[in-house]
Design a protein around this ligand. Structure first.
Ligand SMILES: NC(=O)c1ccc[n+]([C@@H]2O[C@H](COP(=O)([O-])OP(=O)(O)OC[C@H]3O[C@@H](n4cnc5c(N)ncnc54)[C@H](O)[C@@H]3O)[C@@H](O)[C@H]2O)c1
Length: 354
């Protein structure tokens, strides 16, 4: 059995989430926690060791793995200290605020011979997993477009996320997850990227982005996120030449989910167009479909759970195998994020890995 004795560094929102989840995973023991604001730990489980200085948590012999859940700019310092203390490292996303910082963290872990991975658990999201299967198994034929959309209504960001120097903004917060999902879904070289990144409501940090990936095969993927879309929803679309797959979660109507593959009974191939009158005038391409033309199939059922990321972690530790989230993948995520930022600055597409 794996000997995983965690020290949770940072007991704010996500530190608490980790504690709750890990209390249901018997293979992992939480040996200690740390927060430099002691009141953050008032509701910690009775008897757990509490520290207010990260050095004390990192050097506690009862801790063999440090779970870094402090705000983004502290990840590097914490990871390097943990590596030097010979502790395995699980780092929250975004692992680092620059590729150079990330490389230093990984080098420190390598030099110390400790294991390092990043908690990019959204590869197990229940809206993502079936859509990955749709794409990978060719369930809509040859895919030409993948769209991943996330729209919220709150506009302003919370707490330290409003400060650029804290690694605030939505690209660091959600962007890293959404980018990682697309790169995990599509096992291809990215040839170029384009981004539009805006500050719609927030003064100093991004709260809207459109990210476009162009892959080697000609496939396009788009991510759009906005914190000020008054039509809040999470939606995935995978569009191919044999169907359109959709997973939509409507945040207004009780998180109602629409999940389906829509197909057509026959494609119109070079036949005389039928003219339909719409409110915008006559059209031969965009009128309503004839009765019975379209039909629906369910999305494939694929099991996923909030425990999957840690289950994978335990397996990798027990068997000495590679983590699901490898250091190379995280580096690629961060590099492509830089390329998106560069594109947004210039307004031009940026060549990536050609
Ligand atoms: N993977 C995910 O889905 C996910 C979700 C949310 C947050 N996160 C990540 O988790 C990290 C923390 O985010 P959060 O939302 O929990 O932030 P938070 O502000 O709620 O919690 C951070 C905690 O760290 C403490 N802290 C700050 N400096 C410290 C120091 N020097 N030593 C010890 N403790 C210190 C703060 O007092 C606070 O309690 C971020 O990197 C964030 O991106 C990941």
């Amino acid at each position: 059995m794996a000997d995983i004795r965690l020290g949770i560094l940072g007991f704010g929102f996500m530190g608490h989430e980790h504690m709750n989840l890990l209390s249901k995973i018997p293979e992992i023991t939480v040996s200690a926690i740390c927060d430099n604001v002691p009141s953050q730990m008032d509701d910690a489980p009775k008897g757990i060791t509490k520290y207010t200085d990260m050095d004390d948590l990192i050097n506690d012999p009862a801790v063999n793995t440090v779970l870094i859940v402090v705000p983004n700019p502290l990840h590097k310092e914490a990871a390097i200290k943990a590596a030097k203390a010979g502790k395995n490292i699980i780092c929250e996303k975004p692992a680092a605020l620059s590729v150079a910082d990330y490389d230093e963290m990984v080098a420190a872990a390598k030099e110390a011979g400790v294991r390092f991975t990043v908690h990019q658990q959204r590869r197990h999201d229940h809206d993502y997993v079936p859509m990955k299967k749709v794409f990978r198994d060719g369930l809509v034929g040859k895919t030409y477009l993948i769209r991943s959309m996330m729209y919220g209504v709150n506009g302003n960001m919370h707490d330290w996320h409003i400060y650029p120097e804290m690694g605030g903004g939505m690209l660091y917060d959600w962007g890293i997850h959404l980018i990682d999902q697309v790169l995990d879904m599509v096992p291809e070289k990215v040839t170029s990227v384009y981004a539009d990144i805006k500050k719609v409501i927030n003064k100093d940090v991004d709260d809207y982005f459109l990210l476009v990936f162009r892959f080697e095969s000609g496939l396009t993927a788009e991510i759009e996120l906005g914190t000020y879309f008054l039509t809040p929803r999470r939606e995935w679309m995978v569009l191919g030449d044999k169907g359109t797959a959709i997973f939509d979660v409507d945040f207004v109507n009780g998180m109602k989910e629409t999940k389906k593959i829509v197909r057509t009974r026959h494609l119109l191939e070079n036949v005389p167009g039928k003219i339909t009158m719409t409110s915008a005038g006559p059209t031969r391409s965009f009128g309503p479909p004839e009765e019975g033309l379209l039909y629906e199939e369910p999305l494939p059922e694929v099991k996923s759970s909030e425990f999957d990321w840690f289950r994978g972690y335990i397996d990798a530790i027990e068997n000495g195998t590679e983590f699901e989230i490898t250091v190379e993948q995280v580096r690629r995520d961060l590099c492509i994020m830089d390329a998106f930022r560069e594109s947004a600055k210039t307004g031009k597409a940026v060549e990536f890995e050609s």
